[in-house]
Design a protein around this ligand. Structure first.
Ligand SMILES: CC(C)(COP(=O)(O)OP(=O)(O)OC[C@H]1O[C@@H](n2cnc3c(N)ncnc32)[C@H](O)[C@@H]1OP(=O)(O)O)[C@@H](O)C(=O)NCCC(=O)NCCS
Length: 439
């Protein structure tokens, strides 16, 4: 599969459409000479700084597994720099039931300001979706710079995020106090000596988490040119048997004037409830700190219930984070576990065609679903019947959003009485979906 990601030919439809505008659409690899100008153009697309020459090789390693595409205007003075960039790779996505599904993780979509709004991003996105389908990847995922761009391509928010602020002058610890050991370790120890194994055990516990390593892992500890590694502190929890079970990366900001400091939790991953409690307790009890801020966390953090004063904790920036697009309805729906039996007709509208049609989802008592596409001639019988755009299937798939709410919002049509309540019972997730990284 890894070879296929690089070797599958570039999408001919997008190549033709963009070629008609005089633009050259091509694949490249991070080991190619063309990678550096590609990387700089991508950074420019997000208004980032130029990447220093000494960091290019690290970034190239981080992109080695990605299928990278660039769009070139060979008439420009700086023709080596692409006018548009995209990259994608296959990443395991956790879905309800502790299972994972391969997903096409789309990233680094940029179009130069000189070439905007002439259909380039549309061609890039549609080519990514067709490539994923050609590779047999059933869903596509992304994190979005703006919430207004991706619904038109069949994506919708599938896991939400929140930024947490906790006033530690008010919040005394009221949660469990586990037996294991909390210890400060160096950033290198946290990054390279077992920390990633904790992550590997943690990610499959929460729907919406995407497996990551390499650049996306290393940057949490402050990569060169990204955050300041000198400011990062790493604290680890080992259980009573000495097994590493949790890791927090944080930095402390001193506002000056003898004001209490702010601890910023850059990342927190825990494989057990004990590790979660022990590390949050540590973070909330750091001397000289009056506020703990943790961005990009779950909207349903247990820490809310582990402090003496619930009003000491607040959630800001609650909103979309993981966006999901179903491409292969049968594979996607059969992969997850359901919480209640039932038989549903899901009538899907998909302007891009990938998922359109009527699909019969039959869930047995064990929570296993079997899916069949209905022929036009087949009736729907007495089954629960819901009609929706494919993007709304993305929203309900991991259980982040109640189907009844989507019916109230007019996004999903309930064609038979009781269908939404029955579907809510089946699609609900016992763990609130959450994605802990940008990509
Ligand atoms: C967002 C971006 C990629 C769009 O590129 P583009 O080539 O101008 O987009 P297109 O011309 O292909 O537009 C495709 C559709 O998206 C819409 N669209 C494009 N950018 C949009 C935006 N920022 N907000 C809302 N809609 C947008 C267009 O109106 C068009 O709609 P339609 O096809 O339904 O009529 C580009 O503006 C960009 O590089 N922005 C900065 C980097 C960024 O935010 N990238 C996204 C990373 S998640």
């Amino acid at each position: 599969m890894a070879d296929d990601v690089h070797d599958t030919p570039i999408d001919p439809t997008a190549t033709k459409n963009l070629g008609d505008q005089g633009l050259r659409f091509t694949l490249l690899k991070s080991s190619d000479e063309t990678f550096e100008p590609w990387l700089q153009a991508m950074g420019r697309g997000f208004h980032g700084p130029v990447t220093d020459a000494e960091h290019i090789s690290t970034r190239a390693e981080g992109f080695a597994h990605r299928r990278i595409s660039g769009l070139y205007d060979d008439t420009l003075a700086d023709a080596k720099s692409p006018v548009a960039t995209a990259s994608a790779w296959i990443a395991d996505l956790t879905i309800p039931g502790g299972h994972t599904i391969p997903s096409w993780a789309i990233s680094t979509i940029t179009v130069a300001p000189t070439h905007r709004r002439r259909g380039i991003a549309r061609n890039l996105m549609e080519s990514e979706l067709r490539t994923a389908t050609a590779l047999g990847v059933p869903v596509a995922i992304l994190t979005a710079s703006e919430a207004t761009i991706y619904e038109r391509f069949g994506f919708a928010p599938a896991a939400m995020r929140a930024d947490w602020t906790i006033d530690t002058t008010r919040a005394t610890w009221a949660g469990p106090i586990p037996d294991g050991k909390v210890q400060l370790v160096t950033t290198e120890q946290g990054r390279d000596e077992g920390g990633h194994d904790i992550l590997k055990r943690a990610l499959p516990q929460t729907p919406g988490q995407m497996y990551f390593e390499g650049h996306l892992w290393n940057r949490l500890f402050g990569l060169p040119g990204r955050g300041n590694p000198k400011e990062m502190r790493v604290v680890r929890y080992d259980d009573a048997d000495g097994v590493q079970q949790g890791l927090a990366v944080y930095r402390v900001e001193d506002p000056g004037n003898h004001q209490p400091a702010i601890a910023h939790v850059e990342y927190l991953t825990t494989a057990t409830d004990d590790a979660y409690a022990a590390l949050w307790r540590y973070l909330l009890e750091i001397d000289l700190v009056g506020t703990v801020k943790a961005e990009l966390r779950s909207v349903d953090e247990p820490v809310r219930w582990q402090i003496s004063d619930a009003r000491a904790a607040s959630e800001d920036q609650v909103g979309d984070h993981l966006w999901l697009r179903v491409l292969d309805v049968k594979t996607t729906l059969e992969a997850r576990h359901y919480n209640a039996p039932g038989t549903f007709v899901l009538e899907l509208d998909d302007p891009l065609g990938f998922a359109a049609g009527c699909w019969l989802l039959s869930i047995d008592d064990s929570g296993t679903g079997v899916v069949r596409k209905l022929d036009d001639s087949e009736g729907f019988g007495s089954n629960h019947h819901l009609a929706m755009n494919v993007r709304d299937l993305g929203s309900i798939y991991l259980g982040a959003t109640s189907i009844s709410t989507m019916v109230k919002a007019g996004r999903i049509a309930q064609k038979t009485m009781g269908a939404a309540v029955a579907a809510d019972a089946a699609f609900r997730s016992t763990t609130t979906p959450w994605l802990s990284t940008w990509f």
